[in-house]
Design a protein around this ligand. Structure first.
Ligand SMILES: NC(=O)c1ccc[n+]([C@@H]2O[C@H](COP(=O)([O-])OP(=O)(O)OC[C@H]3O[C@@H](n4cnc5c(N)ncnc54)[C@H](OP(=O)(O)O)[C@@H]3O)[C@@H](O)[C@H]2O)c1
Length: 298
């Protein structure tokens, strides 16, 4: 694979980070396509010296075309490449979306290109360190059966581990990551807000060890890692929390209720406490959720 030069279409957060990781792995980067000033600046910052090229020029010179555009644009870029007669048989056309499978690359495939879907299971917020996080990761790979070795080699070259995902499972795979990782950020941001309202000047310092330990425990033991008032069915404590949130941070109350209900139902399903005691927690949270909804409607 390393004898195939790479062209990056989409100088966004992932395109530039993955481009840099490929260069570090020994691949030749022949150019990057960047439309907006922000993308051109990002390309200059992360991939200094890499020429900016239009799509036809990149397609002509790259054996691997990395379509690191937004999910919604992958199909139109693949069509642009195919309709323009820009692809050669055997040329690799790769996207990095977790939610999309191979269908979105169909125009390129029909034009003779090799379609690969390779999703690094990592977050790329656009920090200078993004490319450093690419080794040791799972990469969700979907290919036609005979193209597997190509994807495997590419992923191994950047230090990753391929995890094969069937085309029809890809959206569910990605929904799972959003549930576990994106939502975690929202949850932690809300927790930090509540801590600041409680007068804690550095909420990250308070949360970090607790969150890291909880995360490690959950990754190892799933629901069994749960501690806290819901699992204990400490109804009095939960009621006190609801009062405090209503009085001091009412905008966080719906999230506490939603997550609490989820936690209580999962606890019951995993038999983490007596079903009757968890039923009491569920009834309390359901009643308070209904009241909160009525308040919003009023
Ligand atoms: N960010 C993450 O954490 C993450 C993680 C794993 C996978 N991914 C996947 O990586 C891909 C890119 O996401 P991102 O977060 O890097 O997005 P991003 O930072 O918004 O970058 C998207 C890039 O695509 C360019 N673009 C959009 N439409 C285009 C088109 N029609 N032709 C040419 N360029 C076009 C944009 O250019 P302009 O700004 O110049 O318009 C921009 O440079 C997506 O498929 C996403 O699902 C993202």
């Amino acid at each position: 694979m390393m004898d195939r030069p790479v062209g990056v279409i989409g100088a966004g957060r992932v395109g530039t980070a993955l481009g840099l990781a490929l260069v570090r792995a020994g691949y030749e980067l022949v150019g990057v396509n960047a439309r907006s000033e922000a993308s051109r600046q990002r390309a200059a910052d992360v991939l200094p010296g890499t020429p900016l090229r239009d799509v036809p020029t990149l397609a002509k010179s790259a054996g691997i075309l990395l379509l690191s555009v937004t999910d919604d644009a992958i199909g139109s870029v693949a069509a642009e490449l195919a309709d323009g007669g820009l692809l050669q048989p055997g040329q690799i056309v790769l996207h990095v979306s977790g939610a999309c499978g191979l269908a979105v690359l169909a125009p390129a495939t029909e034009a003779g290109a090799v379609p690969l879907a390779v999703h690094p299971a990592m977050t790329f917020p656009g920090l200078p360190t993004d490319a450093d996080n690419l080794a040791g990761l799972a990469y969700a790979v979907t290919t036609r059966p005979h193209d597997r070795p190509l994807a495997e080699e590419l992923v191994r070259d950047v230090g990753g581990v391929p995890v094969w995902i069937a085309d029809e499972d890809r959206t569910l795979y990605h929904a799972a990551l959003v549930l576990g990782a994106n939502n975690l950020i929202t949850l932690l941001a809300a927790a930090m807000e509540a801590l600041m309202a409680a007068g804690v000047p550095d909420p990250g310092f308070v949360l970090a060890p607790l969150v890291r330990a909880s995360m490690e425990n959950a990754l190892r033991h799933g629901d069994q890692a749960l501690t806290g008032p819901v699992r204990r069915a400490d109804v009095g404590t939960i009621e006190a929390h609801l009062r405090a949130l209503r009085d001091r941070a009412p905008h966080l109350l719906p999230a506490y209720l939603d997550f609490g209900l989820n936690t209580a139902r999962r606890s019951r399903r995993a038999a983490l406490n007596e079903a009757g005691r968890l039923d009491e927690v569920i009834a309390l949270l359901e009643a308070r959720s209904a009241e909160a909804r009525d308040d919003i409607d009023r």
